[in-house]
Design a binder for this molecule. Structure first.
Ligand code: GDD
Length: 338
């Protein structure tokens, strides 16, 4: 039986990946941060029961080494990160601490305890930053956020660097935005679907967003974890862009989620004066500059043809289906609550 250790197990991707690996017959270990909140909120009970938890985090070398000693994994998936791009402008040191130094601690622990472990590093499309789309594995990196910079440095030093210097089997997945009903509520897609579902049910009148014109290439997280696994099953370690190849604005996501809930919205105005109204003319969405970032990536659209050719991977879920899945899930959950 193969064994996998997942850092960041309790996040969106960790929950889908652990389900996938359990289905494939893996023994799954998770490095889990002790916190006052319920860490397994995203997990069905049946899945949670099968996961072996090791408490620790990427700030703690001893805990990482112990987790590897305990699991003796064939594969490690490093999904732990300060992954909120907007927040990284406010907490740059904490972001670098986890997203850069944390990766260093992990790969050093691998070399020390079990150097034949295969490692997946969650790199990101945010590293491409200002580079014009479509972005692929050969596109230049021009990050604009502390998060993108920390992830880029980790890729250069600990993925490319350790692969070349120490022969470590380590791959970067340059994943474009990937969403699901399990997405954290501070990311834009989930904020939108949750707010619209509340509006639909009369629990809220309106909500606020920042940059409505940013283009993102949004896919379904459940499809993307399959690509992570495939990357670690190859003869040699390589890096891959994982994306749908289709990009939409934040405004278009609002529209698609609203349609899925039977709400017809009309957008009017520009910049900070832009609003969306429902069919009775009531304002349901306003722009608030509080949600703007000091610097934002304008346009992401990935070219995943290498993944298709070498991994045989392609996305299965369309933009419209993704928005619908998320909006309807939030509506269902909210309708269930007393
Ligand atoms: N979060 C948020 N909240 N974003 C907003 C808002 C808002 O109220 N209003 C507009 N946006 C815009 C952001 O400015 C950005 O252009 C876009 O919506 C997407 O923001 P997020 O959902 O926060 O995602 P992200 O693209 O910054 O980062 C996500 O994807 C990366 C892959 O490209 C994260 O998951 C990263 O961890 C991941 O690496």
């Amino acid at each position: 039986m193969k064994k996998a250790l997942i850092t960041g197990l309790t996040g969106q991707d960790g929950s889908y990946l652990s389900e996938l690996l359990l289905k494939k017959g893996y023994d799954v270990y998770g490095l889990v941060r002790r916190s006052s909140n319920e860490p397994f909120i995203r997990f069905p009970d049946s899945v949670r029961k099968q996961i072996k938890v090791v408490y620790g985090n990427l700030r703690d070398t001893g805990a990482i080494e112990r987790a590897i000693q305990e699991a003796m994994p064939d594969e490690i998936y490093n999904l732990a990160a300060q992954s909120d791009v907007g927040l990284s402008f406010r907490i740059p040191e904490a972001t670098i601490e986890i997203d850069y130094y944390g990766v260093g601690r992990l790969v050093n622990a691998v070399l020390k305890v079990k150097p034949d472990t295969r490692v997946y590093q969650a790199s990101t499309s945010e590293m491409f930053g200002k580079t014009n789309p479509p972005q692929n594995e050969d596109s230049p990196f021009q990050p604009v956020s502390p998060y993108g910079e920390a992830k880029l440095k980790a890729h250069e030093d600990f993925v490319k660097g350790y692969r070349e210097r120490y022969g470590l089997y380590i791959c970067s997945g340059f994943l474009f935005n990937h969403e699901s009903p399990r997405r954290g509520e501070h990311f834009v897609t989930r904020k939108i679907t949750l707010s619209l579902a509340k509006i639909k049910l009369g629990l809220q009148d309106s909500f606020e967003l920042g940059n409505l014109g940013a283009h993102r290439d949004w896919g379904f997280a459940g499809d993307y974890v399959e690509a992570m696994w495939k990357m670690l099953q190859q003869k040699k370690p390589e890096d891959f862009v994982i994306a749908t190849g289709v990009s939409h604005t934040v405004r278009e996501f609002v529209d698609a989620a609203a349609k899925a809930l039977g709400l017809k919205l009309t957008f009017e105005g520009r910049g900070i004066d832009e609003v969306a109204r429902d069919k009775k003319g009531r304002i349901v969405l306003r722009v608030n500059p509080v949600f703007y970032r000091p610097n934002d990536v304008d346009a992401l659209r990935g070219d995943a043809s290498k993944a298709q050719k070498i991994l045989g991977w392609k996305p299965k879920t369309s933009f419209e289906d993704l928005a619908k899945m998320m909006a309807q899930s939030d509506l269902k959950e909210l309708s269930r609550k007393p």
